[in-house]
Design a protein around this ligand. Structure first.
Ligand code: DX5
Ligand code: ZN
Length: 222
């Protein structure tokens, strides 16, 4: 299948060499990253702990690219301002969060904060289609959130296709992003299904950074 779409690569810094954070960010940018993905986990919403606002502040100092913060936390309503103030350009909130999403999104809109909606592998697209109108991004998880290095779940592909069709037919200004287990092979399938943004941690940081980013980016013109 031929594809001609601008594909953005968003390295997830969860797997970078944290002792060399600044250099890793600069390298990714040099080799074509279009944004950065920051995985925030609170040990409640997912069984893992990662970074907080200070790490986002540190990344903000070394790049002007868009910083997307993926909030895998129980109370995004309580903490989103901290991440916004730390320098995040876009806050990604899970549909599965135990909060009133419409209320949260209305509040963010009033404060001019950009947001996106994330859906877990078990959440069908049909359940969220009425929520994406004001979202900059719909992020489809292709693993169960919590850890990098997991295997890609194939059932995310038909979901991407459905979302692509709905977004295009209804002229909604929302990009489709996929996150979890992305490599060249399944990244290709995701782009063919309609993904605009590919998030990747282990494929980029456990291989040659330049080569992996270039390969993923090239999927936009196959
Ligand atoms: C999973 C995170 C992902 C993930 C990506 O909970 O949201 O961003 O760490 O890692 P890889 O690309 O290794 O699956
Ligand atoms: Zn993520």
């Amino acid at each position: 299948m031929n594809v001609n779409r601008e594909v953005e690569v968003s390295p997830s810094l969860i797997s970078c060499d944290l002792a060399n954070l600044g250099n890793q960010v600069v390298l990714c940018e040099k080799f074509g990253a279009g944004s950065f993905h920051l995985d925030v986990m609170d040990g409640h919403f997912v069984p893992n702990l990662t970074m907080g606002p200070d790490l986002i502040k540190a990344v903000r100092k070394v790049t002007d690219l868009r910083l997307e913060t993926h909030l895998m936390i129980e109370r995004p309503d309580k903490y989103y301002r901290m991440f916004h103030e730390a320098g995040s350009d876009l806050l990604l909130v899970h549909y599965e969060s135990p909060v009133d999403l419409r209320h949260l999104f209305d509040g963010m809109s009033d404060e001019n904060i950009d947001y996106g909606l994330v859906i877990n592998p078990e959440t069908p697209f049909s359940r969220v289609k009425d929520l994406i109108n004001e979202c900059k991004v719909l992020l489809v998880m292709s693993v169960h959130p919590g850890f990098s290095g997991q295997s890609f779940i194939d059932s995310s592909l038909p979901k991407i296709k459905q979302a692509r069709k709905y977004i295009d037919e209804n002229h909604i200004d929302c990009r489709i992003e996929i996150d979890g287990g992305i490599n060249y092979e399944n990244g290709k399938k995701a782009v063919e299904a309609g993904a605009d943004i590919l998030v990747s941690a282990s494929y980029i940081f456990y291989n040659d950074i330049a080569d992996s980013i270039k390969k993923l980016k090239s999927l936009g013109s196959t």
